[in-house]
Design a protein. Structure first.
Length: 424
């Protein structure tokens, strides 16, 4: 005679977790479209609430022992949104700096998600959750409402408020003291940033595009005022790699052009294929020149400058264009003409032929004035976007190459390229 094996504690809690998941997806159509892509399971090895590695959600003993069912639903949705919004791979840069910076990133992402979930009447926010009001002053939220903040923008603002000292060894204690002083809880565990072959797959452009597509479909099916519509400001943006965009802009600007010549008939007229007069086309002559302004106010480090030099060098080789370089912080500190032949841009920079002096404040107007008064086909400005833009707009096609995405609003002129730190 067969007997029925009793259900283990692990099986019971996995079943309970699945019940919570079904409750959440039936309440929110938009959430259902993304939750079904995220596996979840119970992990009783350690005492923790819930965590994710960017793919799978794990619920610990504290998840079941410390929280009521509606709070459990809140936490479950919170972790699913971490996966859908790709907070783990987006936090790679913070992890590469220090564990303290990773915790600040977690604070920012928790606040973004909690703000949206708090508007859902059918779940209850745990009392120990992170909120926007706990992180930012009232004046800051009035100037920039919570729905306009991305996780990156909030992360950079928190770093300013915390003000880590120069001594890296004290960063963990410094953050603990800051959290205690402001009455803030420690953020949840997002897991370490990608550092293995499996995690690198999580960082891939394909994974980013897949989740962007899922979020777009989920948002389209969400009801007005639904959950995902509250999170649009933090949707991960899938961009073409910035070097590819930059080269495209530059090549379009410096490609040889032609003008109509009415003193000479076109080929169709000469071959008697056209009854009407058509002008010929004559190639424009002259030096093709690219203007580049470099912000040397101290916030642009050597690694970024070297990478940028390499990209400009590659463009010079493809286009054969001459380079007009303007070095500027609060004022112009250097001007250089770099021909498209001879030593490369990077070789000249490493040899000290191009001196990048600066270290003061940032004012874009002097460099823009220099570019406006020069004969260039296109202008670039490598900067962190923190400075005075002035009133004079560029007279030529212009591209801002920003090193701090989401930190400052873009100016009212020029194209914008974000130099992804993961590419640097």
């Amino acid at each position: 005679m067969s007997t029925i094996s009793p259900i283990s504690d692990s099986q019971a809690r996995n079943k309970q977790l699945s019940t919570i998941a079904r409750y959440c997806v039936t309440k929110s159509p938009g959430f259902a479209a993304i939750a079904l892509w995220v596996p979840h399971r119970y992990n009783g090895d350690k005492s923790f609430v819930a965590r994710t590695d960017g793919r799978t959600i794990q619920a610990g003993n504290d998840f079941f022992d410390r929280y009521a069912s509606r709070e459990q639903a809140f936490i479950f949705m919170h972790e699913v949104l971490h996966v859908a919004l790709r907070h783990v791979p987006r936090g790679h840069r913070a992890w590469s700096v220090s564990s303290a910076h990773a915790l600040v990133w977690n604070l920012a992402t928790d606040a973004i998600i909690n703000r949206a979930l708090e508007k859902m009447s059918w779940i209850t926010a745990p009392k120990d959750g992170v909120t926007f009001e706990g992180l930012l002053e009232k004046e800051e939220l009035e100037a920039r409402p919570p729905q306009q903040w991305s996780a990156e923008a909030l992360y950079y603002r928190l770093l300013e408020k915390i003000g880590f000292p120069a001594d890296k060894k004290s960063w963990d204690q410094w953050l603990d003291d800051w959290l205690e002083k402001n009455g803030l809880p420690s953020p949840d565990d997002l897991g370490r940033g990608p550092n293995s072959e499996e995690s690198n797959d999580l960082m891939s452009e394909l994974a980013a595009r897949v989740w962007a597509s899922r979020l777009a479909r989920a948002q389209a099916g969400d009801r007005p005022g639904g959950l995902l519509r509250e999170l649009v400001g933090d949707f991960p943006v899938v961009r073409t790699p910035w070097p590819q965009i930059l080269r495209s802009y530059l090549q379009d600007a410096v490609m040889p052009t032609s003008r109509e010549n009415f003193n000479r008939p076109g080929r169709r007229v000469l071959s008697l294929d056209s009854e009407f007069f058509e002008p010929s086309f004559q190639p424009e002559k002259g030096v093709r020149r690219i203007g580049v302004a470099v912000d040397t106010s101290g916030s642009i480090d050597e690694k970024i400058l070297l990478r940028f030099a390499g990209e400009i060098e590659a463009v010079q080789k493809r286009t054969g264009a001459e380079l007009y370089l303007v070095v500027c912080d609060a004022e112009v500190t250097g001007e250089f003409i770099i021909p498209a032949y001879g030593k490369t841009f990077t070789q000249r920079y490493k040899a000290g032929e191009l001196e990048f002096r600066g270290g003061g404040g940032t004012d874009f107007a002097p460099a823009l004035a220099k570019l406006n008064n020069s004969n260039i086909k296109i202008g670039l400005y490598l900067t962190d976007m923190m400075g005075n833009f002035g009133v004079d707009k560029p007279k030529m096609p212009f591209v801002w190459c920003s090193t701090s995405e989401g930190y400052e609003p873009p100016p009212g002129f020029g194209k914008m390229i974000y130099l992804n730190p993961l590419d640097l």
